[in-house]
Design a binder for this molecule. Structure first.
Ligand SMILES: Cc1cn([C@H]2C[C@H](O)[C@@H](COP(=O)(O)OP(=O)(O)OP(=O)(O)O)O2)c(=O)[nH]c1=O
Length: 192
Protein backbone atom coordinates (compact mmCIF):
# COMPACT_ATOMS: atom_id res chain seq x y z
CA UNK A 1 0.00 0.00 0.00
CA UNK A 2 1.19 3.50 -0.82
CA UNK A 3 2.38 5.57 2.12
CA UNK A 4 1.13 9.03 2.90
CA UNK A 5 2.59 11.94 0.93
CA UNK A 6 3.13 15.19 2.80
CA UNK A 7 3.50 18.29 0.67
CA UNK A 8 5.91 20.72 2.35
CA UNK A 9 4.69 23.72 0.38
CA UNK A 10 2.27 26.61 0.70
CA UNK A 11 2.03 26.96 -3.08
CA UNK A 12 -1.55 26.51 -4.34
CA UNK A 13 -0.07 25.58 -7.76
CA UNK A 14 1.70 22.56 -6.29
CA UNK A 15 -1.50 21.52 -4.52
CA UNK A 16 -3.39 21.70 -7.85
CA UNK A 17 -0.71 19.68 -9.68
CA UNK A 18 -0.80 16.90 -7.10
CA UNK A 19 -4.61 16.85 -7.26
CA UNK A 20 -4.38 16.60 -11.05
CA UNK A 21 -2.66 13.22 -10.78
CA UNK A 22 -4.99 11.99 -8.06
CA UNK A 23 -2.36 11.56 -5.35
CA UNK A 24 -3.71 11.49 -1.82
CA UNK A 25 -1.66 13.94 0.20
CA UNK A 26 -1.79 16.43 3.01
CA UNK A 27 -0.15 19.82 3.26
CA UNK A 28 2.20 20.62 6.10
CA UNK A 29 4.39 23.63 5.64
CA UNK A 30 6.65 25.77 7.69
CA UNK A 31 8.86 28.75 7.01
CA UNK A 32 12.37 27.89 5.91
CA UNK A 33 15.33 30.17 5.51
CA UNK A 34 15.42 30.79 1.74
CA UNK A 35 18.70 32.74 1.80
CA UNK A 36 21.16 30.58 -0.11
CA UNK A 37 24.87 30.23 0.50
CA UNK A 38 26.81 32.11 -2.20
CA UNK A 39 28.36 30.44 -5.22
CA UNK A 40 25.66 27.92 -6.10
CA UNK A 41 24.45 27.48 -9.66
CA UNK A 42 20.64 27.59 -10.20
CA UNK A 43 20.26 23.79 -10.20
CA UNK A 44 22.16 23.46 -6.93
CA UNK A 45 20.20 26.36 -5.42
CA UNK A 46 16.72 24.94 -6.11
CA UNK A 47 17.83 21.50 -4.94
CA UNK A 48 19.12 22.93 -1.67
CA UNK A 49 15.95 24.93 -1.01
CA UNK A 50 13.67 22.00 -1.96
CA UNK A 51 15.63 19.77 0.41
CA UNK A 52 15.47 22.33 3.22
CA UNK A 53 11.68 22.52 2.86
CA UNK A 54 11.23 18.72 2.84
CA UNK A 55 13.76 17.99 5.59
CA UNK A 56 12.23 20.66 7.84
CA UNK A 57 8.88 18.87 7.78
CA UNK A 58 10.32 15.33 7.83
CA UNK A 59 11.76 16.18 11.25
CA UNK A 60 8.28 17.03 12.52
CA UNK A 61 6.25 14.00 11.38
CA UNK A 62 6.48 10.32 12.32
CA UNK A 63 5.88 8.73 8.96
CA UNK A 64 5.30 9.36 5.26
CA UNK A 65 7.13 10.72 2.23
CA UNK A 66 7.71 14.46 2.46
CA UNK A 67 7.82 16.43 -0.81
CA UNK A 68 9.54 19.81 -1.07
CA UNK A 69 10.06 21.98 -4.17
CA UNK A 70 11.47 25.33 -5.18
CA UNK A 71 11.27 27.26 -8.45
CA UNK A 72 13.47 30.04 -9.82
CA UNK A 73 13.70 31.83 -13.16
CA UNK A 74 17.07 32.61 -14.73
CA UNK A 75 17.33 35.23 -17.47
CA UNK A 76 20.68 36.04 -19.11
CA UNK A 77 22.45 34.54 -16.13
CA UNK A 78 20.46 36.60 -13.64
CA UNK A 79 18.27 34.98 -11.01
CA UNK A 80 14.68 36.25 -10.82
CA UNK A 81 12.68 35.36 -7.73
CA UNK A 82 9.25 36.73 -6.81
CA UNK A 83 8.70 40.44 -7.58
CA UNK A 84 8.42 42.88 -4.70
CA UNK A 85 5.55 44.86 -6.29
CA UNK A 86 3.95 45.68 -9.67
CA UNK A 87 6.87 47.93 -10.63
CA UNK A 88 9.38 45.17 -9.91
CA UNK A 89 7.18 42.74 -11.87
CA UNK A 90 7.20 45.10 -14.88
CA UNK A 91 11.00 45.33 -14.67
CA UNK A 92 11.31 41.52 -14.71
CA UNK A 93 8.85 41.15 -17.59
CA UNK A 94 10.85 43.77 -19.52
CA UNK A 95 13.87 41.44 -19.26
CA UNK A 96 11.90 38.34 -20.24
CA UNK A 97 10.07 39.75 -23.27
CA UNK A 98 11.36 38.90 -26.75
CA UNK A 99 13.74 36.17 -25.65
CA UNK A 100 14.41 32.86 -23.91
CA UNK A 101 14.94 32.16 -20.23
CA UNK A 102 15.23 29.08 -18.04
CA UNK A 103 12.94 27.87 -15.27
CA UNK A 104 14.50 25.57 -12.67
CA UNK A 105 12.48 23.57 -10.16
CA UNK A 106 14.17 21.53 -7.46
CA UNK A 107 12.32 18.51 -6.07
CA UNK A 108 13.18 16.72 -2.83
CA UNK A 109 11.65 13.61 -1.28
CA UNK A 110 12.50 12.72 2.30
CA UNK A 111 11.18 9.56 3.95
CA UNK A 112 10.27 10.55 7.51
CA UNK A 113 10.83 7.09 9.06
CA UNK A 114 14.33 6.48 7.67
CA UNK A 115 15.55 9.95 6.64
CA UNK A 116 16.25 8.53 3.16
CA UNK A 117 16.45 11.34 0.59
CA UNK A 118 16.22 11.88 -3.13
CA UNK A 119 16.87 15.33 -4.58
CA UNK A 120 16.96 16.49 -8.17
CA UNK A 121 15.99 19.37 -10.45
CA UNK A 122 14.48 19.94 -13.86
CA UNK A 123 15.10 22.78 -16.32
CA UNK A 124 12.64 24.13 -18.90
CA UNK A 125 13.42 26.80 -21.52
CA UNK A 126 10.60 29.32 -22.03
CA UNK A 127 10.32 31.74 -24.97
CA UNK A 128 8.41 35.03 -24.61
CA UNK A 129 7.25 36.93 -27.69
CA UNK A 130 8.11 40.65 -27.78
CA UNK A 131 5.82 42.64 -25.45
CA UNK A 132 4.79 46.28 -25.56
CA UNK A 133 5.15 48.55 -22.55
CA UNK A 134 1.37 48.87 -22.13
CA UNK A 135 0.91 45.09 -22.23
CA UNK A 136 3.55 44.68 -19.52
CA UNK A 137 2.07 47.43 -17.36
CA UNK A 138 -1.47 46.03 -17.64
CA UNK A 139 -0.32 42.48 -16.87
CA UNK A 140 1.71 43.66 -13.86
CA UNK A 141 -1.40 45.48 -12.59
CA UNK A 142 -3.51 42.27 -12.61
CA UNK A 143 -1.67 41.02 -9.51
CA UNK A 144 -1.04 37.64 -11.16
CA UNK A 145 2.76 38.09 -11.18
CA UNK A 146 3.11 38.91 -7.50
CA UNK A 147 3.63 35.49 -5.90
CA UNK A 148 5.32 33.91 -8.93
CA UNK A 149 9.01 33.42 -9.63
CA UNK A 150 9.93 35.56 -12.67
CA UNK A 151 6.69 37.58 -12.29
CA UNK A 152 4.45 35.48 -14.53
CA UNK A 153 2.17 32.45 -14.48
CA UNK A 154 2.35 30.23 -17.56
CA UNK A 155 -0.90 28.60 -16.39
CA UNK A 156 -2.62 32.02 -16.22
CA UNK A 157 -2.88 35.09 -18.38
CA UNK A 158 0.84 34.95 -19.24
CA UNK A 159 0.05 32.00 -21.54
CA UNK A 160 -0.54 34.64 -24.23
CA UNK A 161 3.11 35.75 -23.92
CA UNK A 162 4.67 32.32 -24.36
CA UNK A 163 5.03 31.06 -27.92
CA UNK A 164 7.38 28.16 -27.25
CA UNK A 165 8.58 25.96 -24.45
CA UNK A 166 11.33 23.30 -24.39
CA UNK A 167 10.99 20.69 -21.65
CA UNK A 168 8.44 19.93 -18.97
CA UNK A 169 5.43 22.29 -18.75
CA UNK A 170 4.47 21.41 -15.16
CA UNK A 171 8.06 22.20 -14.16
CA UNK A 172 7.34 25.85 -15.03
CA UNK A 173 4.15 25.82 -12.92
CA UNK A 174 6.19 24.58 -9.94
CA UNK A 175 6.42 20.77 -9.91
CA UNK A 176 7.72 18.48 -12.71
CA UNK A 177 5.18 15.67 -12.52
CA UNK A 178 6.90 13.14 -14.81
CA UNK A 179 10.11 13.52 -12.81
CA UNK A 180 8.19 13.25 -9.55
CA UNK A 181 6.56 9.97 -10.62
CA UNK A 182 10.00 8.45 -11.32
CA UNK A 183 11.34 9.64 -7.95
CA UNK A 184 8.32 8.25 -6.10
CA UNK A 185 8.78 4.89 -7.82
CA UNK A 186 12.29 4.70 -6.34
CA UNK A 187 10.60 4.93 -2.94
CA UNK A 188 8.27 2.08 -3.87
CA UNK A 189 5.37 4.46 -4.50
CA UNK A 190 3.32 3.81 -7.66
CA UNK A 191 1.37 6.78 -9.06
CA UNK A 192 -0.48 4.43 -11.44
C1 LIG B 1 7.46 30.69 -13.60
C2 LIG B 1 6.24 30.36 -12.80
C3 LIG B 1 6.30 30.26 -11.42
N1 LIG B 1 5.18 29.97 -10.70
C4 LIG B 1 5.20 29.84 -9.22
C5 LIG B 1 5.56 28.44 -8.74
C6 LIG B 1 5.94 28.67 -7.31
O1 LIG B 1 4.78 28.51 -6.50
C7 LIG B 1 6.42 30.11 -7.27
C8 LIG B 1 7.88 30.14 -6.92
O2 LIG B 1 8.06 30.18 -5.52
P1 LIG B 1 8.59 28.99 -4.61
O3 LIG B 1 9.46 29.61 -3.56
O4 LIG B 1 9.17 27.90 -5.45
O5 LIG B 1 7.27 28.39 -3.93
P2 LIG B 1 6.18 29.09 -3.00
O6 LIG B 1 6.82 30.20 -2.21
O7 LIG B 1 5.00 29.46 -3.86
O8 LIG B 1 5.75 27.92 -2.04
P3 LIG B 1 6.65 27.12 -0.94
O9 LIG B 1 7.95 27.89 -0.73
O10 LIG B 1 5.81 27.04 0.30
O11 LIG B 1 6.89 25.76 -1.55
O12 LIG B 1 6.17 30.66 -8.57
C9 LIG B 1 3.95 29.76 -11.34
O13 LIG B 1 2.92 29.50 -10.69
N2 LIG B 1 3.89 29.85 -12.71
C10 LIG B 1 4.97 30.13 -13.49
O14 LIG B 1 4.85 30.19 -14.72
Amino acid sequence: MNREIILASSSPRRVELLKQIGLPFRVFCCEVDETPPPGLNPGQLVELLAERKAAGIAGKVDRGIVLGADTVVVCQGQLLGKPLDAEDAARMLGKLQGGAHEVYTGVALVEAESGRRSVTHEKTVVYFRPLGENEIRRYAATGEPLDKAGAYAVQGLAAVFIHRLEGCYTNVVGLPLARLAVMLKEFGYEVL
